[in-house]
Design a protein around this ligand. Structure first.
Ligand code: 7RM
Length: 635
């Protein structure tokens, strides 16, 4: 039996029991046998959820890029590490071997050093899905700089907030990006953001679309000439196990985005171990995750997890609909993809286009299909199973979060029998708990509650950058001695988990987490707006879409409502990004509020979802008359 590679259900149960009964012995063995350490740990785990403080492999020293690259060189130096598939199918794919990757990461790391970046400095990476993105992430890790990747769909103002929060010294970007038939002026967005960022000293610019762009003298440098000049080897910085590896921002239900901080050793061990098992990766396989590296899924399951296992990982620059809806299947056929990992929203969008695109391609290489990001509905699950996997490739519905660093609840393919819409069983070492309203754990099966985790796992985020108190308040205060996920879940008669969705004011739209508060703040900046409330409502493709209730100031002038709607979405696009635009905007005379002034979102959610047969208890409403009015004018 191998604890590192689980292949059967009995093995899963055995290893699971071991990992829970004796977590320290279990994780020590995994860490010892499958990774490269400069120095071993003094202590496997110390933890205290009341502070909260968690340390894994304390005293150990390592560099994660040595694990992701160097250690593979003598056994698989010529093996392809990254397949880059460009936006335009006419452009040739690139195959970057482990040896090439070593060269590229080392050169980039040397450029960072020459530009004054040192261990512990924060570097913001704002790049499209081109090889420079993965390479710059690894180059930071090589020298111990903390990367903060910002998804290149975020607006200049969202980018500025994130750069300032982490006081980044450098931004790495490109002249522009391709997205389907469109090009986007990324450098222009960076220039706009940097008007508000005093901390940034240097901007490195990769060439992608070859447009003529502004280069600020003294601040901006083209990347390629610096890489050409740089030395091709770079001694990895020796890092402590608990040194921060990266910051990644995620939306909260209130306030500014939270910079989740991940540490080095625990993150490495858990992302690699989950990758191996959840995707049943074998040496010759080609693995493809369609996420963007700007999200945690890309960090853990395009870059770190796969490379740590010496895998071949595909990086796709484009979108599922360009040049047509057959693009994903064309790529699967072209690169003979064995494991394919995507989001339910993409599956629904593709299902809507019918099966004719699928039928044109040979998908027989597929062995495992994955989903992540939001609950998958039954229909999408079956479409995926029947048409993509032809009922031969198990679907792993993987539940996890930016905060958890790695997959937490998931089937192990070919071991765990799958069940549509169920993420099924906790991964090795994960101890979930369902909690009731009174803070008690609900034991037994066929129950539902709020999902918590009651024991630390190696890749949990260690803090929120610059705000440990908020980390404690958000995740460790709702339930004593437990990590609270913000999700609701049910456990069926055999102990399988089904995630039912967020129980807070985070709305997941097309797999992207959006907090209602920042969107409302953006809308309220419109001079005609008095106040607003955002809720989610069910949407065929996006899962949820946003419905905004907006009360206007009494300015006396009557404005064209459609123009106002456009202006409101324009402000949202500028402040957050197009992903946060509202599908529906209803102008209201007021918002339903409790006596303490809290907006009753429950009611607004029901109206938006056209589910008004029972609005629940409305006795605490201060202004019940607005409810009827809102219902009468609902969109
Ligand atoms: C990996 C990622 C986290 C939130 C999480 C859930 C939802 C993610 C699933 C899911 C149902 C799933 N990180 N979520 N995976 N819900 N089934 N398989 O998505 O930080 O961006 O989002 O996403 O609500 O709390 S994330």
């Amino acid at each position: 039996m191998s604890n590192y590679h689980i292949k059967h259900l009995e093995e899963y149960y055995q290893v699971y029991r071991k990992s829970v009964r004796n977590p320290e012995i279990f994780w020590e063995e995994i860490a010892e046998e499958h990774f490269m350490w400069r120095k071993k740990w003094d202590n496997v785990l110390s933890w205290d959820f009341t502070k909260p403080e968690v340390k894994w492999f304390e005293g150990a020293q390592l560099n994660i890029t040595e694990n992701c690259i160097d250690r593979h060189l003598h056994i698989r130096g010529d093996k392809t590490a990254i397949i880059f598939e460009p936006n335009n199918p006419e452009e040739e794919a690139q195959h970057i071997s482990y040896r090439d990757l070593h060269d590229k990461v080392c050169r980039f790391a040397n450029v960072l050093k020459e530009q004054g970046i040192q261990k512990g400095d924060r570097v913001c990476i704002y790049l499209p899905m081109i090889p420079e993105l993965a390479i710059s992430v690894l180059a930071c890790a090589r020298i111990g700089a903390i990367h903060s990747v910002v998804f290149a769909g975020f607006s200049s103002s969202a980018l500025a907030t994130r750069i300032n929060d982490a006081t980044c010294k450098m931004v790495i970007t490109s002249d522009g990006s391709y997205r389907g038939a469109k090009t986007i002026d990324l450098k222009g967005i960076v220039d706009e953001a940097l008007k508000e960022c005093e901390c940034v000293e240097t901007v490195l610019v990769a060439k992608r679309i070859n447009t003529d762009i502004h280069m600020e003298t003294g601040r901006d440098h083209w990347l390629q000439p610096l890489l050409d000049e740089a030395y091709h080897d770079c001694v990895p910085e020796v890092m402590d196990a608990e040194d921060p590896l990266f910051i990644l921002y995620t939306s909260g239900s209130t306030g500014k985005p939270k910079g989740m901080v991940h540490s080095t050793a625990g993150y490495m061990v858990y992302s690699a171990y989950t990758f191996k098992n959840v995707f049943q990766y074998r040496e010759q396989d080609v693995y493809w995750c369609t996420a963007d590296i700007g999200w945690i899924t890309g960090h853990s399951y395009i870059v770190y997890g796969p490379l740590c296992n010496g895998a071949t990982t595909v990086m796709f620059e484009g979108v599922p609909s360009y040049p047509d809806f057959g693009r994903f299947w064309e790529i699967v056929e072209k690169h003979k993809v064995n494991q394919f990992y995507t989001a339910p929203t993409a599956i629904r969008a593709l299902a809507k286009e019918g099966v004719e695109h699928l039928e044109k391609h040979d998908l027989s290489s597929l062995k495992v299909l994955g989903t992540v990001g939001e609950p998958i509905n039954e229909e999408a699950w079956h479409w995926y199973d029947d048409n993509v996997g032809k009922r031969k490739a198990p679907i792993v519905d993987t539940w996890w979060q930016t905060e958890t660093g790695g997959i937490m609840i998931t089937p192990i393919p070919y071991a765990t029998p799958t069940k549509p819409t169920y993420a099924t069983l906790p991964f090795i070492g994960i101890q979930p708990a369902l909690m009731d309203e009174n803070g008690n754990e609900i034991k037994g099966n066929q129950v539902d509650g709020r999902l918590c985790i009651k024991f630390p796992w190696p890749s949990m985020a260690r803090t929120i950058w610059g705000n440990h108190q908020r980390y404690k308040d958000t995740y460790f205060s709702a339930y004593e001695n437990k990590y609270f996920t913000g999700d609701g879940a049910l456990r069926d008669e055999v102990g399988y988990y089904r995630i039912t969705g967020r129980v807070d004011d985070v709305i997941i739209v097309s797999g992207h987490n959006l907090g209602t508060a920042p969107i409302e703040d953006a809308i309220n900046e419109h001079p005609a707006v008095a106040e607003s409330a955002i809720v989610g409502f069910p949407h065929d493709i996006k899962g949820n879409a946003l419905y905004g209730y907006v009360t206007l100031k009494e300015t006396g002038e009557s404005r064209n409502q459609n123009n106002l709607r456009k202006e409101i979405n324009q402000i949202i696009t500028e402040q957050i990004g197009p992903i946060a635009k509202l599908d529906k905007i209803q102008f209201t005379n007021g918002l339903p509020k409790t006596r303490s002034g809290k907006i009753m979102r429950r009611i607004l959610r029901k109206i938006a979802g056209k589910d008004t047969s029972n609005l629940g208890d409305t006795s605490t409403l201060l202004n019940p008359e607005v409810v009827q009015d809102i219902m009468d004018n609902a969109l």
